[in-house]
Ligand binder design. Structure first.
Ligand SMILES: [Mn+2]
Length: 327
């Protein structure tokens, strides 16, 4: 028989992409090519194996592997709902994971910052997978350093604006710090799905969970869009915005959240925003059931990649606010 080479994560080229079994092979995100050189890429995908700042259940360090494994089912075909194979259009590279020394927890944030900074000097966007929510702060610092402050759309059960003190890293304080460090365009930012209380409110626009769930997808997207406007916008998607019935594998679950489809459809509805990057955080595989949470997380990223692919196939590039009509 002819020898057939699988492992697109290693072998992928423009001309020789092969659908490979979902249950075997090297696991990059959606089997896209692994490369430490991201020069000129539209997207670098970066794993963040860190859970040292979780206030409750640790385990998000395992999320990059788990999300890559869940994403294997999306290999090599046109994807729903765009019906595009995003990698036919996008130059997307899986950079692998950020190095984080488990014995030097306070060095994790500077490590993430310098890794993202280095990636953003070479490619258009970074998508990070895994980690507790503390990872978002150094990512935003890198964005702000190179490109100025960004608007934020935060899907989350928690506002993450709890108070903090120096030399303390928590997954519940990054937003307060990001605003203090002027990484965020607060007037264009919005938090969606919140169902926890912080006394010291920072005046961020919030759509609470029950209100968000009561709105149709189009109404919810309109509320978000009217806040963000034409600003470059960064998506931080905490998987705990979903109800624990849909995402049990997370660090600090809160009942009463979104169904998976409501969140996915809202993101898809917002494909005209000027997205500049995203993270997918708080997937905690040790508490997952049947890979449900990892699959939901992988699907959020799969939708985001489709948005970029749709933009690029229509406009030739992935930035800017453009209506992407695929219906
Ligand atoms: Mn959260």
């Amino acid at each position: 028989m002819t020898e057939i080479l699988i492992d697109n994560a290693i072998t992928d080229t423009e001309t020789a992409r092969l659908a490979e079994p979902a249950f075997s092979g090297a696991l990059s995100f959606m089997r896209t090519r692994y490369n430490k050189d991201v020069t000129g890429a539209d997207v670098a995908i970066l794993g963040l194996p860190f859970d040292g700042a979780s206030s409750n259940r640790p385990g998000a360090r395992f999320a990059p592997r788990s999300i890559r494994e869940a994403s294997a089912s999306f290999d090599c075909e046109p994807q729903y709902p765009s019906m595009l194979d995003p990698f036919r259009t996008l130059n997307a590279i899986d950079f692998g994971d950020c190095f984080i020394d488990f014995s030097r927890q306070l060095e994790a944030q500077p490590q993430i910052y310098s890794t993202v900074l280095s990636l953003l000097k070479r490619c258009a966007q970074v998508i990070s997978i895994g980690g507790d929510h503390s990872v978002t702060l150094p990512i935003l610092q890198a964005y702000a350093e190179l490109r100025g402050p960004v608007a934020i759309v935060q899907f989350d059960a928690h506002p993450d604006v709890w108070g903090d003190s120096p030399n303390r890293v928590s997954h519940g304080t990054w937003m307060r710090q990001a605003i203090k460090k002027q990484c965020v365009r607060k007037d264009n930012s919005i938090q969606v799905g919140i169902r926890t209380y912080v006394a010291d409110d920072i005046g961020m626009e919030v759509i609470l969970a029950y209100d968000a769930i009561d709105l149709s997808v189009v109404e919810l997207a309109d509320r978000i869009r009217s806040r963000v406007g034409t600003a470059p916008v960064y998506l931080t998607f905490d998987i705990d915005v979903l109800d624990p019935a849909y995402a049990p594998g997370t660090g600090t679950p809160v009942a009463g959240g979104f169904r998976t489809d409501h969140a996915l459809r809202t993101l898809w509805e917002l494909r005209d925003l000027d997205w500049c990057g995203m993270d997918l955080v708080e997937v905690c595989p040790p508490y997952d059931l049947g890979g449900t949470t990892a699959l939901a997380g992988a699907t959020v990223v799969q939708h985001y990649l489709q948005i970029l692919a749709a933009k690029k196939s229509t406009f030739g590039h992935v930035t800017g606010q453009q209506f992407v009509g695929l219906d």
